[in-house]
Design a protein around this ligand. Sequence first.
Ligand code: MG
Length: 342
Amino acid sequence: MRHSFQTYTLELKHTFRVAGAKDRDTAEIGILRLEAGDLVGYGEAAPSAFWGESIEEVARAAEKVSLADFSSPVAYESILEYVREKWQPPKAFLAALDMALFDLAARSIGLPVYRFLGLNSEHSVPTSHTIGIADLDSITKKVKEASDAAILKIKLGTAYDIEIIEHVRKITDKPIRVDANEAWLKEEAVEKITWLATQNVELVEQPLPAAQIEETAWVRERVPLPIIADESVQTSADIPRLKDAFDGINIKLMKCGGLLEAIRMIQLARIENMKVMIGCMLESSLGIAAAAQLLPLVDYADLDGNLLIANDPFDGLPVTDGYIQLTDRPGLGVQPKTAIFR
Ligand code: MG
């Protein structure tokens, strides 16, 4: 098999702000194109500075790695293992390779990836639409723009968290998920989450800093809403130590290194009786389509990264009433619309 790699700058529709991070107007991704015989598969890398990864590092990995010894994508498990051990690339590169391998392997037998994985598209969950931190007027605009969404995910972690939710509640009574991105102190978290439970808020993601596992367990005992780990969880290895502090985990392909590891995480979370959310970074419709293949296995979906960008290089999966549709199209079900990736 041969691969090529191309970087691409996603332009965001709005400046994106979350607690504890720099404002962003763009996001750098890379597209991995993998060829086996006449077939082509695609994977996306959307590296995150939070996890210590950069697009430069991903591009260097793409240059070093050789897949010349492998002829078939169906050996995806051993290929991923080999690449991980030999080159120790960033997780975002592994995620791109994993996606491209599944895309190709499923295409080679004419199946969509979810069916290749033995999953049934009848069970699905709606995806939330993220509203970043902004002034109240901009929040009004963003909530109105998200009129197709079934669920809103509101980013908090500001001096005016209560005002934000009160403001959104004047516009809509849709269910809300809250993401504090590690911004709260434990007493503050108890107070805010107790109030949020009266506002048709469904769950709270990462209220405290990632390392504060015991403090999160303390909060969890005192609040009526499920607490979901995001920054506290990267791979399946993290799950056992989180089971008493969190009700569930937010899995992202870019954090864990792809679908194969994501499936391991789901299995382990179920053993520990934890809920599962599938999430994303700022990424194109390619990465979103890959994560969407796991919709039949999850409780919550937060797959809206592609909705926040203005120059999506891929034609994505269709969305109906907030539900991403898993189609009969082979592979990940998406195609590049930008000539540079063909
Ligand atoms: Mg989050």
